[in-house]
Design a protein around this ligand. Structure first.
Ligand SMILES: Nc1ncnc2c1ncn2[C@@H]1O[C@H](COP(=O)(O)OP(=O)(O)OP(=O)(O)O)[C@@H](O)[C@H]1O
Length: 298
């Protein structure tokens, strides 16, 4: 299996604080991977390390097996759209495409960018600063795609968009990468939007990886169970209780199941959504993380 991104014991520190620590993850080539986690979890730091904008303080990051700081030939394979999709606001979309061609002489598909923006109804002659946030995000995506990257890194590309524009952006992204076999790693807080489009998941929290893997495998490995109020006794077929909530008579558990053993029929099983899964893992880790930050026992 070819890996688009691989990190080993990767760490980045600002002063004495680790923004990313002991990060081990793999993004297989061809995936659309979601990088999720609360504010300050280290998502931007990880993306900046992957595109070579930051130098690791520990461990290493590889993009298609190479260090992204190895030079222009590695960077030629990476498209990057930074947070808030910055583009030069005084330039029109047409001018930005021309400029992109001058900066990426080896490989630049200006026709692809023009065709995309024409199909989206984005005017070629209006300064980018006068386009809407959604239109600007589409311009930034078109420019990144025109580079024909093997890996596309997007830092919260849909955060400022309305729900319809978000859906259109994600559909456009999926369509574009399906045609080109590009691997995508995109950070976002908007879990519901990711469920439809991403097939790989990385959950970061407090500078560490909490959960990672193929979305369908992770979803299949978890269940929500509803049943009589549970104590601390183990439940047949359950490998781990990730998150539990209780009323007087009833318990609702998000569990990782033991694939080899059916779950005790006393419990009603429900499939989980990606959102359930991520929120349960984040909530389960939160008390530990907060306690550690305050230097008190969890
Ligand atoms: N230039 C910097 N100087 C000092 N600390 C920084 C710097 N950039 C980030 N940090 C810290 O590193 C940690 C990770 O930040 P990062 O921006 O990677 O998080 P994030 O997950 O992208 O957050 P958000 O979702 O809010 O964008 C945070 O604690 C942040 O305060």
């Amino acid at each position: 299996m070819e890996l688009a991104v691989e990190t080993r014991a990767l760490g980045k520190r600002y002063g004495r604080s680790w923004a990313l620590r002991d990060c081990a993850l793999e993004v297989p080539a061809g995936r659309i991977a979601a990088l999720v986690g609360p504010n300050g979890a280290g998502k931007t730091t990880l993306l900046h390390l992957a595109v070579g904008l930051l130098r690791p303080d520990a461990g290493e990051v590889r993009v298609f097996g190479r260090d992204p700081r190895d030079g222009p030939s590695v960077l030629a394979d990476i498209g990057f759209v930074a947070q808030d999709t910055p583009v030069y606001r005084d330039f029109t979309a047409a001018e930005l495409i021309t400029m992109g061609g001058k900066l990426n002489r080896r490989r630049w598909d200006a026709a692809l960018a023009r065709d995309r923006l024409a199909a989206l109804g984005i005017p070629p002659d209006k300064p980018a600063g006068k386009l809407s946030g959604g239109q600007r995000a589409q311009v930034a995506l078109a420019l990144a795609l025109a580079k024909r990257p093997r890996l596309l890194l997007l830092d919260e590309p849909i955060a400022s968009l309305d729900p319809l524009a978000r859906r259109e952006f994600m559909q456009a992204l999926m369509g574009a990468v399906a045609e080109s076999e590009t691997t995508v790693l995109l950070s976002s807080h908007l879990l519901a939007d990711l469920e439809r489009s991403c097939d790989y998941l990385i959950v970061l929290q407090a500078s560490r990886v909490q959960l990672t893997g193929a979305v369908d495998e992770l979803v299949d490995a978890h269940r929500t169970l509803v049943g009589p109020r549970a104590g601390s006794e183990s439940i047949t077929g359950v490998a781990e209780v990730v998150r539990a909530s209780h009323t007087e008579r009833q318990s609702t558990l998000l569990v990782r199941r033991d694939p080899a053993v059916p779950i005790d029929p006393l419990w009603t099983e429900h499939e989980v959504t990606l959102e359930d899964l991520v929120l349960a893992h984040l909530a389960a880790a939160e008390p530990r993380v907060t306690a550690a930050a305050w230097g008190v026992p969890a």
